[in-house]
Design a protein around this ligand. Sequence first.
Ligand code: 13P
Length: 248
Amino acid sequence: MQKPLVAGNWKMNGLAASLEQIDLIGAGIDDALRAQVDVMICPPSILVAQAVRKANESSVLIGGQDCHAMASGAHTGDVSAEMLKDAGASAVIVGHSERRADHGETDVVVKAKAEAALRAGLIAIICIGETRAQREAGSTLGIVGSQLAGSVPPGTAGQIVIAYEPVWAIGTGLVPSVADVAEVHAFVRTQLEASHGAEGAKMRILYGGSVKSSNARALMSVPHVNGALVGGASLMAADFLGIVGAYR
Ligand code: 13P
């Protein structure tokens, strides 16, 4: 079975002083919990190297939030997967709905970024999810299926993690029902098995969108939910540890 992953996405939040939270997270995870779940924080890219130095003292993994598809070149302001790897990151989030919406990232772009992550030796955490309008129109599985088909490159279960994040659940306090989460995650598993065979059967599928300590246990016990991608509740160690503790 997959070892679950609980990853925190700090988005555009946090200054150097915030890295203290990584110490506190590390200190809050004992060997028994460490054996149950992988724990990751994805700070803004400017903090990745410092975060890695902090995290080296604990078992917390560090990831980036985005990368360019190219390894280097004339791309002012962008960060490559190779640079994140060089800074000590072990993963990178690609295709977050905020990148898709704010920066016009298409499935083609997201797939190229995921390929860059794999090329650099990073785990690609590939985000998918429907908008409220798409859910209300009954097209959730169609959207999720086309995002999977378009955004996920060939790769192994050790290289690729999928994060299902319904756009309408992000930062809103709204969470799909357990039955709705179960339906989408089972569908994602079936699609991954069709596209990636035995590796697809083992890939971790995270749920993201308003995960809190109060709902983590219920969400994390849904079949084919292999962890969480957490936004707001990852900024403070106490909140985040409450979610990680669902795996205790
Ligand atoms: P929230 O946990 O703040 O809803 O954010 C989820 C998310 O977008 C993680 O990538």
